[in-house]
Design a protein around this ligand. Structure first.
Ligand code: NAD
Length: 249
């Protein structure tokens, strides 16, 4: 367990006033959801992301974009939270009011595991919204309308596509959380998707103790105070157990 730097991380968490956990596709990989970039089963393996996950692609061929997202939505609907999501929800209970979850994932698994106040930086596949940003938003089910019932323009999946900006309010809240964090844990993200990747750097620059857990090295690994090569669920399970002990020795 010592390779997980648990005594130092546990001590920092127990004295922290504010903690942020930033998660990416790697956290959900153990729920059977492929990441984007895995060369064996990644979601981009057989598809051009600019065709199915960009506004240009949507304007050119909306049916193809809807189909690709609908298939993904149906696959996500069968997925269940894994130990990583569950541990994060338990950490929120152990550190009441102190832990903010930021996720790049669009699968809703944090909420299903019991986490609250999750900031979804890239939106969610469980919703659709008006493509003309008139304010309409609704749950995505099989009867979800393709035309906005309020303004008549096209609806779209409520996710952030390549080249699009993040929701300003959500990103401002995320930045604020990172600027104020005493500890930041980054779990299962390649750290190459901007601007979300910049959040870890922001927290580090603002003085947070930073912990990264990933199966492989990332651009953030050298900067993090503790960079841990493990699966996110393995590390988070160990961390949860360490936090529950009266002391580690
Ligand atoms: P990514 O695909 O770029 O990188 C995933 C990272 O997770 C890699 O660095 C990989 O080494 C690591 N990883 C894989 N399995 C792991 C495990 N068990 N434990 C720890 N680390 C593991 O994903 P990203 O960095 O999150 O990229 C962001 C984009 O991916 C976002 O736009 C997000 O919407 C999208 N995405 C979301 C989902 C989802 O909602 N589940 C799935 C795929 C992609």
């Amino acid at each position: 367990m010592s390779e997980f730097h648990l005594p130092e991380i546990r001590a920092a968490l127990l004295s922290a006033e504010r903690v942020v956990i930033l998660t990416g596709a790697g956290l959900s990989a153990e729920s059977g959801i492929p990441t984007f970039r895995d060369s064996r089963n990644g979601l981009w393996r057989n598809v051009d992301p600019m065709k199915v996950a960009s506004l240009q692609g949507f304007l050119k061929n909306p049916d193809e974009v809807w189909r690709w997202h609908d298939d993904l939505r149906k696959m996500l609907a069968t997925a269940k939270p894994n130990h990583g999501h569950e541990c994060i929800a338990q950490l929120q209970q152990l550190l009441p009011g102190q832990l903010q979850v930021l996720t790049q994932n669009i699968d809703g698994l944090h909420q299903i595991a019991g986490s609250s106040e999750v900031l979804e930086l890239h939106g969610s596949l469980s919703r659709i919204c008006c493509g003309n940003e008139c304010g309409f938003s609704s749950t995505w089910d099989d009867a979800a309308p393709r035309l906005c019932p309020e303004c008549g323009r096209q609806t779209r999946p409520s996710v952030v596509w390549f080249g699009e900006s993040l929701d300003e309010k959500v990103f401002a809240q995320a930045k604020r959380a990172c600027l104020r964090a005493d500890v930041l844990i980054v779990a299962g993200t390649s750290g190459v998707v901007q601007p979300a990747a910049g959040l870890a750097h922001l927290a580090k620059t603002a003085g947070a103790m930073t912990v990264e857990v990933n199966l492989t090295e990332t651009p953030f690994s050298r900067l993090a105070d503790h960079s841990i090569r493990a699966s996110s669920s393995e590390f988070l399970l160990s961390l949860g157990a360490a936090l529950r002990k009266p002391n580690l020795h």
